[in-house]
Design a binder for this molecule. Structure first.
Ligand code: HEC
Length: 461
């Protein structure tokens, strides 16, 4: 059994006065591949690896993700139409490197994890301080089957078992689907368009400043019940007709839309099925802050009206990422949905070139000069086929699932540590071997072709 929430049974449980429902991980993953449904998005035809009517496709994804889940307040194991599931090992989660280990883990009301902090002015001019994002992903039965294969032995995960066919790519089955709800601590004074948003209570940080929290001690990460508002919904589906095998799309909340429920006031922002790896930054954007003409980005659809409605000052609820590629308003604006997600695998790698050693060496600065070093950057905006690794430093693909990759990393951070309890999972032994081989490969490269005594080749060390 996987844990439900952060420090469950170790001081993280709800206080005695809490009378509400407590989050339970939906973890009865199917052990046989469930039959595919006649998914509503299959009605929309494809051309050149993308849907001919992306807006309708995106809407079909949202409708499927909400069906039966809204009625049960997203306690998704109770969904009367089809059960949904959660990914394990997000209870102990280190999402942001500067945060204290594990503290981003699931809270006990809805199992939300802490994500990217949005600094002042991310959403609009009236937002002066940092706001926190809290989010949760819900996967359908086909996706859950893959997850269950990897985590079949909870104390000894097998990242290569996503696809039980050893001759196939390490991929999720066709029809795998995720809906992700992203909530923010932003309020109406800071972002007027959040008026009337769907709201949850959640057990979140009392201290809103990441800088203060990071200074420690751990007690700075104290949590208490507070309000969070739904501002973004992400969707992700495996559809074999797509260029990459996947489509990722997103909706943003706009309280000005005339509709009777907050769900209907979610505005489609865009859909991506590829990154257009050959379109450089300079071809689409005229400077570090645009303007960008994204006509050349043919492997996505952007709702142009929403760019105007939501991202014109005083609002800056922007959904254009690197070079005009799709990214969510609460995502890092120098990235893209598919750019980040294609890196998913084990071991984890940096999701953006800025975060990696080569990016540091080349002094990449996406704020001032996003147009430089395209030969490195565009690798992060490639079209990795679903189920293949992004980098040759990875052993296994997690097929665009960053929660799967992150769960494995979280597991390793606790179970592979020197003082971890025995027995040692095979994943840890493999990781040790990996580290040794990587170090040796770098060493060998530095002396490759160097003549040894008498001009002979150097003996491998
Ligand atoms: C800056 C990198 C980044 C960008 C850009 C990004 N994501 Fe993610 N996404 C993540 C990470 C990291 C996770 C896993 C952690 C989590 O969910 O808490 C994730 C999780 C998800 C999940 C849950 C399932 C999974 O794969 O883990 C969905 C669905 C998702 N993202 C969709 C999107 C969509 C749609 C977009 C674009 C609108 C997007 N993401 C943009 C980094 C990114």
């Amino acid at each position: 059994m996987f844990k439900d929430y952060y420090l469950q049974g170790q001081g993280g449980d709800p206080p005695a006065e809490y009378k509400g429902r407590v989050f339970k991980l939906s973890q009865e993953y199917p052990t046989e591949l469930p039959p595919a449904e006649s998914y509503p998005w299959l009605k929309i035809a494809f051309k050149n690896g993308g849907p001919v009517d992306p807006a309708a496709y995106l809407q079909a994804l949202l409708d499927y993700g909400l069906e039966g889940n809204v009625d049960v307040d997203f306690y998704v194991q109770d969904n009367k139409i089809r059960k949904f599931y959660h990914l394990p090992w997000m209870d102990w989660n280190t999402e942001v490197a500067s945060d204290w280990p594990g503290t981003d883990g699931r809270e006990f009301v809805h199992g939300l994890t802490h994500e990217f902090d949005s600094e002042g002015n991310t959403f609009g001019e009236a937002q002066h301080e940092f706001v926190d994002t809290w989010a949760q992903g819900y996967v359908n039965d086909r996706y859950a089957f893959g997850v269950g294969q990897v985590w079949c032995h909870p104390d000894d995960p097998a990242p290569g078992a996503l696809n039980p066919d050893p001759t196939g790519l390490n991929s999720m089955p066709d029809g795998s689907f995720v809906i992700k709800l992203l909530f923010s601590t932003v309020n109406e004074q800071e972002l007027p368009t959040v008026k009337g948003a769907f709201t949850w209570d959640a057990d979140i940080y009392v201290n809103k400043s990441p800088r203060e929290r990071n200074a420690g001690p751990l007690s700075k990460y104290r949590r208490a019940l507070g309000k969070v508002r739904l501002i973004q919904i992400d969707l992700q589906v495996r559809d074999r007709r797509s260029l990459t095998g996947w489509l990722l799309g997103t909706f943003g909340y706009d309280g000005r839309v005339r509709a009777d429920t907050p769900w209907k006031r979610m505005v489609p922002l865009g859909l991506q099925w590829g990154n257009n790896p050959q379109v450089t930054y300079a071809e689409t954007c005229s400077g570090p802050n645009g303007p960008c003409n994204f006509d050349k980005l043919s492997e996505q659809w952007i709702n142009r009206q929403a760019v105007v409605d939501l991202a014109t000052p005083p609002l800056s609820f922007n959904h254009l990422g690197y070079g005009g590629r799709l990214a969510g308003p609460v995502d890092n604006p120098k990235s893209s949905c598919m750019g980040c997600h294609q890196t998913a695998g084990f071991p984890a790698v940096p999701i953006l070139p800025e975060f990696g050693p080569n990016g540091a060496l080349l002094k990449l600065n996406s704020r001032t000069h996003p147009e430089t070093s395209q030969s490195l950057r565009m690798a992060y905006f490639g079209n990795v086929p679903g189920g293949a690794v992004f980098s040759d430093t990875q052993l296994y693909s997690a097929d665009y699932s960053l929660q799967l990759a992150m769960g494995l990393q979280n597991f390793a951070s606790v179970r592979c540590a020197a003082n971890a309890r025995a027995p040692r999972p095979s994943l840890c032994t493999e990781l040790d071997g990996w580290a040794g081989r990587q170090a040796a490969a770098i060493k060998d490269l530095l002396v490759f072709g160097t003549p040894g005594p008498g001009g002979a080749p150097l003996k491998p060390q």
